[in-house]
Design a protein around this ligand. Sequence first.
Ligand code: NA7
Length: 531
Amino acid sequence: MSRKKRLDVVVVGAGFAGMYALHKLRSRGLKVLVYEAGSGVGGTWYWNRYPGARCDVNSLEYSYQFSEELQQEWNWSERYSPQPEILAYANHVADRFDLIKDIQFDTKITKLNFNEDKRLWFGLTEQGEKFCAQFCIMATGCLSKHNIPNFEGIDNFQGELLHTGQWPHQPINFSGKKVGIIGTGSSAIQSIPIIAKDAAQLTVFQRTATFSIPAYNAPMDRGYEQQIKSNYKEFRAHNSQRYAALNNNPSHLSAMEVSEEEREAIYEERWLEGGLPFLASFNDLGINEEANATAIDFIHRKIKSAVDDPDIAELLCPKTVIGCKRLCVDTNYYKTFNLENVVLKNLNRSPIQRITDKGLKTKDAEYEFDILILATGFDAMTGALLAIDIRGRSNKTLSEHWKDGPANYLGLSMNRFPNLFMITGPGSPSVLANMMVGIEQHVDFIADLLSFMQNKDKLQVEANADAEENWVRLVNRIADQTLFSKGCNSWYTGANIPGKPKIFMPYLGYPSYVEKCNEIAADGYRGFEFF
Ligand code: NA7
């Protein structure tokens, strides 16, 4: 066991949040160390290496803005960046800002306990290394604790069992293989068309059909890139005023106030533009069920025109509200089901009973596979935090504090957990805004809060209980005004994990969130208690 390390700030996770936290806080003269479970930087882009993994946000927006030189000098090769390029970018940033020397890789944190007498967090790693720090920054990611459903017999499978969120580093050869994939969320939708090209047979097990919009990914338009880069600051500032901090050209029209022809033309135009901006076709798709139904109808017709077999097309048509589960962005997803080697199975009609040594058994049939892929998602937003034994004041555990859902203030801080901050935690815009933008805003807010404490000679800060309660109520009140909090079992609400408290976690509306953060800071960090 090594000697205990004494730090000002310990950061957990070396994804984009942890990397920027390290850079920012180190530049303020603090002694910072990042612990990272993986062997490299990049977080979600380090782990999610499945075929076709790609960002669903435009490359020119899914990148840091804290360094003008960095954003000018880095060139993305495609409209939507593939995972290897985003990982290369993360490594470039780590080298450029000399981050590696303060990151300890291959190290999982198992315990974090707050010592009230010493006013320090004491931590333990899986390898038994101890450390203490005044502040803890949990940059553990929203989609980092992968979800392996409790399938009976899962350990019996003799073939290759893979999870999209824990993909091996070496290439997987699908050629001539019989492959099964469980799940049809974003990870499956991106990987299915690519796996189908090589596999002898691909069987897709679907529980809930998902809406997907074509990406129309293409090589970066250098003219457009130049245009953005010539005024990058303004472009970023403009986007931060958008609901999800994305350049999605939101419409000011209601889907119900235009003629049917006009509506169809607008949807068609958005469809051809591709990607997530489809949801901004009209201003009421997220709040009016009738308006939402018009978008559903449009996409159903697109699916039916793409898929030859009407029964398969019907099965691929989602029956939920559009936007309730995360909208997917694909390349050739629906058309892949026209290939002879691709089969779609309806788990609602015939659920999985168990995994066998050769494949899996559903209520009606038995399947044999060489490779079985779990594209079954994540214990999102809270999973990675609850995987660590975190104990705050009075030995209160995080799991106790969150037994009815993730109580928090601004998605950043929690009552009874002094000097511990989350980046893009539950209660912040997080996954429903451009993550890179949210990350920088959070880290900047925390850095300013720490400076405020230094100036006031304060050693300890935490959210007060009332502020926390009111914040959670506000997050839910906002979500309840939309269609996104109800009507489907989404990971936004924790409903994808059996037994998890069901509560809508992301704060909807990036600009209003930032406005609140700024007001609170200007008001002496209202809602926080200092000691
Ligand atoms: P998602 O979007 O959570 O998708 C997981 C898929 O796995 C989804 O289709 C689930 O069906 C299915 N699933 C989960 N558990 C089971 C069980 N027990 N049986 C059958 N099917 C199951 O995860 P992704 O990795 O695809 O995407 C996560 C995010 O990453 C994505 O939103 C982007 O932001 C990037 P269900 O819908 O629950 O019926």
